[in-house]
Design a protein around this ligand. Structure first.
Ligand code: ADP
Ligand code: MG
Length: 835
């Protein structure tokens, strides 16, 4: 007679009641003593029992309670790792993966050969590794190679509350992997660790986990933190406000460390320098100061270059000729880099100088009050990061200036005062262009409270918020999960590259909306990144049931470029005829919004009006020059972008040149940086392109311009518009208007476009902006003959698609098509195309 099962029949059977093994760890007595103070030690028994009995366990506890450093040790001691099965821990941030592996190795008295880390371009994993810290992107990549993750016995998803897109997808995947492993009697344990108690998205989600996993709460001692709001909210200069606040605290308040929250690396350094100037101390540590940023970056770049080279060597060759591609293979592009918010701040190194110029405003250096100032951000070299955990030199006060890595990922000991600027640098997605950029925005209430909590770890503390309580009241309560804030076509493409075909069934902790999924899949099918559903002769609205199109070879290549799929398609096509440098420049310029200064603003005086008019005329003139005549003008505004980038680089990208030509200097610098990034990305996928960034490109030849027009059309296919025909002109509102497949209303070429007066029949546009009318911006012309071949999914053919395929004639740059007639998606009849 067998005993009734303890768990429901559907759940996998508990494999081992309790591990019989105990692996001794030789900790130093001091370390052991320090550990015992951590609240999580009280829960060791509960956690290990839950892990033994359940495949999935959630551990919740305040930041600093010891989750990250201790839970892997519990598991290690209980024998959850062996020669061929290790303990994996994922972190959304690199900085945490590196710092935590070092800390745990030290606590356990083991070398980094045993407790190791792996981040995208760097790692110290060996054969002996038993505990491996990594970024969530790294584990996602491993799943691509080994879906069952057979080398792990336990996977810990740390910082799940951050709800990064990769953590979310990992949870969805792991919920299935755990079940599959149970079926094979090779159980995998999944631990989810979160800093907040808000875990309903994980526990109450039936699709994610059929049986809600047990939640173990770690009670931690938190001392009261007094929150002080500013009366007024400073508009821009929150850095300066931070500086003043730190000075005040340091001069007037009792001992205790200060932690300042800023938004990016450049700001952090500027404030560090200012504070060091104001409160110098002689016995300062070896010259780390400004070097640390540059040095860290150099190291990072060096290891990245090395990794990329190795990656590139291993890749099969891409043949992009004639719009056909071979699979890009496994060495996909790094997406983890995108997750590190501060990395984006590197481009704004210029801002560094700001801090300096303000540094002496009425502040006399005060050497009698030494302040031990340390920076902390994602890309800081690991040795420099480790400094913050050390006690400050005798007689000094510790002041850490950090980005939001210090919010939950790292706990700095001895902090009594928190200065919170209330801002965070966030990736922002433009729904129209699909382009992402970084913006500084207000944090959520939950984040602000989390920051305040950093002050009460060891004794009662104070948090100074540099904004008013009214402003705080307007903050959103929680940051919405990243996945609901952004368009998903890039994500869907990445998931398809992981062979997740039915995305609609994927157990997202918080799913994106069905409309977002349908729109994404439709676009990807149209771009050729996904296979169209069978029998789909013309592109209809995809049904939900059809959301399972597999990825194509082209899609695989596209998935390796760090830009939105429309632009990725352009890059994937550009290997031919030496178009790559031009496409890269155009894509970079399209990605940076508002290249030109705003000159349409109302003028305050007659004089200003005259000046504005003069500048407008000059800019219009320059645009015409950059667009050129004849064939090059047909590339329209995209030719203007190319011309502007080329001309600006020729002039050394000087502020004077930009000013004189109505270009935004900052935008031009941003474009230069993006061009560098995209060049590296293309080289990683396609080493034989042997691309190097030549800022001063030669202008494209006439035929290259034609190819570029085709490339742009292929990427912007869903943004095709056709001028209304004279017989449609019943209503005067359609004069000079264009019709697009998606909008019922007329759209117009924007007056700032070089094609405003040209009125070509077919155009593609980058975006539509609505002011008095709906205007297309970023317009380029398309030849009617190209449409069936470049954009077949937007056409309706009167003969089956298998009929003689459209072919491409390199000499004429034209598409040969033998079909009798072609209908554009909305049914506008096109003349028969016979070439
Ligand atoms: P949690 O993951 O719950 O936020 P951690 O395990 O990261 O907590 O931290 C537990 C404790 O270990 C904290 O008090 C923290 O200050 C300390 N700690 C973490 N890393 C280091 C380090 N490198 N040096 C000294 N103390 C550290
Ligand atoms: Mg942690």
């Amino acid at each position: 007679i067998s005993a009734p099962p303890k768990t429901p029949a559907s759940a996998p059977p508990p494999p081992v009641a309790k591990p019989a093994v105990f692996i001794p760890v030789n900790r130093t007595p001091e370390m052991q003593e320090e550990r015992l103070k951590l609240p999580i030690l009280a829960e060791e028994q509960a956690i290990m029992e839950a892990v033994a009995e359940h495949p999935i366990v959630i551990v919740c506890g305040e930041t600093g309670s010891g989750k990250t450093t201790q839970v892997p040790q519990f598991l290690y001691e209980a024998g959850y790792s062996s020669e061929d099965s290790i303990i994996g821990v994922t972190e959304p941030r690199r900085v945490a993966a590196v710092a935590m592996s070092q800390r745990v190795a030290k606590e356990m008295n083991l070398s980094h050969r045993v407790v190791s880390y792996q981040i995208r371009y760097e790692g110290n994993v060996t054969e002996e590794t038993r505990i491996k810290f990594m970024t969530d992107g790294v584990l996602l990549k491993e799943i691509q190679k080994d879906f069952l993750l057979l080398k792990y016995k336990v996977v810990i998803i740390d910082e799940a509350h951050e709800r990064s897109v990769y953590t979310d997808i990992l949870l969805g995947l792991l919920s299935r992997i755990v079940a599959l492993r149970a079926k094979r009697h090779l159980p995998l344990k999944l631990l989810i660790m979160s800093a907040t108690l808000r875990v309903e998205d994980f526990t109450q989600n039936q699709r994610l986990f059929t049986t809600p996993p047990p939640v173990i709460k770690v009670e931690s001692r938190q001392f009261p933190v007094t929150v002080h709001f500013n009366k007024r909210t400073p508009l821009d200069d929150y850095s300066g406000e931070c500086f003043r606040k730190v000075c005040k605290i340091h001069r007037m308040l009792p001992a205790g460390g200060i932690l300042v929250f800023l938004t990016g690396q450049a700001e952090v350094h500027a404030l560090c320098r200012r504070l060091r100037k104001a409160f110098p101390f002689r016995c300062s540590q070896p010259q780390e100061k400004e070097e640390d940023s540059a040095e860290g970056m150099r190291r990072f770049k060096k290891s990245r270059t090395r990794a990329r080279k190795a990656q590139a060597m291993a890749l099969p060759q891409i043949n992009l000729d004639n719009y056909s591609v071979l699979p890009a293979g496994e060495g996909d592009e790094d997406r983890e880099a995108e997750m590190d918010d501060e990395e984006e701040a590197l481009g704004s190194d210029l801002d560094l100088d700001l801090g300096d110029s303000e540094a002496n405003e009425g502040e006399q250096p005060d050497a009698s009050l030494p302040l031990h100032v340390l920076p902390l951000y994602s890309l800081l070299a690991p040795e420099k990061q480790a400094q913050v955990f050390k006690p400050p030199p005798e007689g000094t006060r510790l002041c850490v200036v950090a980005t939001n890595v210090a919010e939950t990922s790292l706990t700095i000991p001895g902090i009594k005062y928190v200065v919170d600027c209330g801002k965070v640098k966030k990736r922002y997605y433009d729904r129209v262009t699909g382009v992402s950029s970084f913006r500084v925005t207000w944090v959520s209430q939950a984040s602000a409270d989390q920051r305040a909590g950093r002050a009460g770890r060891t004794e009662p503390g104070h948090c100074y918020r540099l904004y008013s309580s009214a402003v705080f009241g307007d903050f959103e309560q929680f940051p919405p999960p990243e996945i609901t804030r952004r368009p998903v076509e890039d994500l869907i493409l990445q998931m398809k590259a992981l062979s997740i075909e039915k995305v609609i069934n994927f157990p997202f902790p918080t799913p994106p909306s069905v409309e977002a999924l349908v729109a994404a899949e439709e676009l990807l099918v149209a771009l050729g990144a996904l296979q169209a559903p069978p029998k789909q002769e013309r592109m209809k609205k995809l049904q939900m049931s059809q959301l399972s199109c597999p990825i194509t070879a082209l899609g695989r290549t596209m998935s390796t470029f760090p830009v939105a799929p429309r632009y990725a398609k352009m890059l994937a096509l550009s290997q031919q005829h030496g178009c790559l440098p031009y496409t890269i420049a155009i894509v970079a310029a399209m990605t940076v919004r508002e290249l030109f200064e705003e000159l349409d603003r109302p003028a305050a005086s007659e004089k200003e009006l005259a000046e504005l008019k003069g500048r407008r005329a000059r800019v219009a003139q320059m645009k015409r020059t950059w667009a050129g005549q004849g064939p090059s003008l047909k590339l329209g505004d995209l030719m203007v972008l190319l011309g502007a980038v080329g001309a600006c680089e020729y002039a050394g990208c000087s502020p004077q040149f930009c000013q004189a030509n109505g270009l935004r200097y900052k935008a031009m610098l941003e474009i230069r940086r993006l061009r560098g990034q995209l060049t590296t990305a293309v080289n990683a996928v396609c080493p034989e392109a042997g691309l190097f960034l030549d800022p001063k490109m030669q202008p494209p030849t006439e035929s290259q311009v034609t190819y570029l027009r085709q490339i742009m059309a292929a990427g912007l296919g869903d943004h095709l518009a056709r001028r209304v025909q004279s017989e449609d002109l019943l209503d005067p509102k359609w004069k000079n208007a264009y019709k697009t497949p998606l909008l019922d209303d007329p759209v117009f070429i924007h007056p700032s476009s070089v094609l405003f007066k040209e009125l070509p029949e077919f155009v593609v546009y980058q975006e539509i902006v609505e002011t008095t009318k709906m205007y297309m911006k970023g317009v380029s012309t398309v030849e009617i003959q190209w449409i069936p071949s470049l954009l077949p999914s937007y056409c309706q053919f009167d003969a089956p698609l298998e009929e003689p395929a459209p072919s491409y004639c390199p000499e004429s740059g034209q598409v040969l098509c033998h079909r009798a007639s072609v209908f554009y998606r909305v049914g506008w009849p096109l003349p028969a195309v016979q070439v």
